[in-house]
Design a protein around this ligand. Structure first.
Ligand code: B12
Ligand code: SF4
Length: 455
């Protein structure tokens, strides 16, 4: 079947999320773009190579079948090389315009356009209306100079147009075009657990120096109405038969009042959903957790980051050790499942602070813990800082989610990696934890432990 536009989520052979935890989540960014294009009468197809295990020859085949006028490819830093290889695969069999978007392209547009002739245009930031604008302009042979939010090649020159403001009214966006990807491809942990993901807000006002979110979606938060969110849930239930929802917002609980209103609506309408979400320890309390639980929330994901207050302050997390302890204890008291995410190798990290983090995370007794190797991703202050002081080699192949790419003043990259492995071992290989986990989660728990230990 032919299509005007083909959107691609590149192959992903290295992500620990897929490899170890079998987390396959729909690429919401390109599904939003697809929905806006469809709403405006453009024929769209989506290939999610990551979830569907499709390789570069699979991309070539789909391009030959669909004969698109324009191809859009999404890119995060860990998958930028795969995104570029996808563009080359498209170019081998087609003359379609190739547009790259997503976080990595947004922040590294010059480097990409200079070094990769297969890419014609880069979209900075939110892409829904920019892609529509590009498509319409090119279809009538118009001039890209009039399209805001893009960087493109004009002859030998690279031209950067003015930024496009982020989408103001999120309720006005259509729901992600989930019908364009096979629902069976999306699973979390257990192959039997079908989960739908949703986003209720964009933007983050916080300043965590290791995070690119506010550079990508802005510091001003835009929220959907609770009514619009509930309506999308109903649509997911009706169309996909799924009632397990993962809210992937930067911080779902950023505005506790909004969450209260949402939970009351879920309870009132008896939606019967089971859900998990991201939260910040300074944006949640006992009464909110209690209400969330009544509305079906079973899992809270917290960015704990470090067990050392000095490091938390240095990375501008804005949270306190005591707050973290209190919130985890409260969540467990209410019978909620918690995930603690921490990073080893943040600026200022020493062997002592890393061990403190490991001990601290264990003391919180989360249901699961994730220990990342702190990585300076483009779009973050952490990246700008290490780039300025020359301590970073920008070799994207090293951004494989498992390796350390930058040392601290007292730890080498190898030492950081070793401490991260130790963190996983120390956390997961405790007999008391293993017994409790097995009781709580069943045999599937052992698979998760095995995965965590291979990270
Ligand atoms: C959910 C999420 C995940 C999920 C699912 C990802 C998925 N399949 O969608 C999971 C948990 C798997 C995940 C993993 C990781 N993530 Co993540 N994730 C997010 C999060 C919170 C939301 C993504 C989302 O759905 N946003 C909503 C949609 C609407 O926005 P969007 O995806 O940005 O898409 C818009 C634009 O970017 C643009 N766009 C996107 N693609 C395209 C393509 C084209 C052609 C065009 C024109 C435009 C365009 O238009 C879209 C619509 O407006 C973002 C933060 C954020 N707020 O976006 C981080 C974020 C994308 N993740 C990030 C990171 C660092 C990671 C990990 C490395 C974490 C880790 N330490 O292991 C891994 C890497 C995974 C990988 N293989 O790349 C960074 C990326 C930074 C960077 N420079 O690449 C972000 C920005 C957060 C941060 N902490 O800085 N992540
Ligand atoms: S880590 Fe969370 S709270 Fe901090 S800036 Fe990123 S999205 Fe915002």
């Amino acid at each position: 079947m032919t299509a005007d536009v083909l959107l691609i989520n590149p192959p992903d052979t290295k992500s620990k999320y897929k490899k170890y935890f079998n987390i396959r989540i729909p690429p919401l960014g390109i599904l939003y773009i697809a929905a806006v294009l469809e709403e405006n009468g453009v024929d769209v197809e989506v290939i999610d190579c990551a979830a569907g295990d499709i390789d570069y020859s699979g991309i070539e085949k789909r391009v030959e079948e669909t004969e698109p006028f324009l191809v859009g490819i999404t890119s995060t830093t860990p998958l930028i090389l795969e995104a570029l290889r996808s563009a080359e695969a498209v170019r081998r069999v087609s003359d379609a315009y190739i547009v790259l978007g997503g976080p990595h392209a947004t922040f590294m547009h010059d480097e990409i356009l200079r070094e990769n002739t297969s890419i014609d245009i880069i979209v900075k930031g939110e892409g829904e209306y920019t892609v529509l604008d590009i498509y319409r302009t090119l279809r009538i042979g118009g001039d890209l100079a009039a399209v805001d939010g893009i960087v493109y090649r004009r002859g030998e020159r690279i031209v950067e147009n003015p930024d496009r403001p982020p989408v103001e009214d999120l309720d006005a966006l259509p729901y992600p075009a989930r019908h364009l990807v096979p629902p069976d491809n999306y699973r979390v942990f257990d192959d039997n657990l079908a989960v739908a993901t949703m986003i209720c807000s964009r933007g983050c006002p916080m300043q965590c120096s290791f995070c690119a979110s506010s550079a990508l979606h802005g510091k001003r938060v835009r929220r959907r109405s609770t009514g619009d969110v509930v309506e999308e849930i109903r649509q997911i239930q009706d169309n996909l038969g799924i009632s397990a929802i993962g809210f992937m917002d930067d911080t779902f609980t950023l505005y506790p009042r909004w969450v209260e209103e949402f939970c009351r609506e879920v309870i009132k309408q008896d939606l019967g959903i089971e859900w998990g979400c991201t939260a910040r320890v300074d944006r949640i309390n006992r009464s909110l957790m209690d209400l969330m639980k009544k509305a079906g929330c079973h899992t809270l994901f917290f960015g704990v980051e470090s067990g050392d207050q000095g490091i938390l302050d240095r990375v501008k997390k804005g949270t306190h050790i005591d707050q973290i302890k209190h919130v985890f204890a409260t969540a467990h008291d209410l019978g909620m499942r918690t995930i603690a995410s921490a990073a080893i190798g943040l600026p200022g990290e020493t062997r002592e602070t890393a061990n403190k983090t490991i001990k601290f995370v264990k003391s919180l007794k989360p249901s699961f813990a994730l220990f990342s190797v702190a990585t300076p991703y483009p779009g973050t202050d952490f990246f700008s800082k290490v780039r300025e002081d020359g301590s970073l080699q920008m070799d994207w192949s090293q951004y494989d989610l498992l390796s350390s790419v930058v040392e601290t003043s007292s730890l080498t990259r190898e030492e950081i990696k070793k401490l991260q492995r130790k963190a996983f071992r120390d956390f997961y290989l405790r007999p008391s934890y293993l017994i409790q986990g097995l009781r709580r989660e069943g045999f599937y728990f052992l698979k998760i432990v095995k995965s965590a230990l291979s990270a």
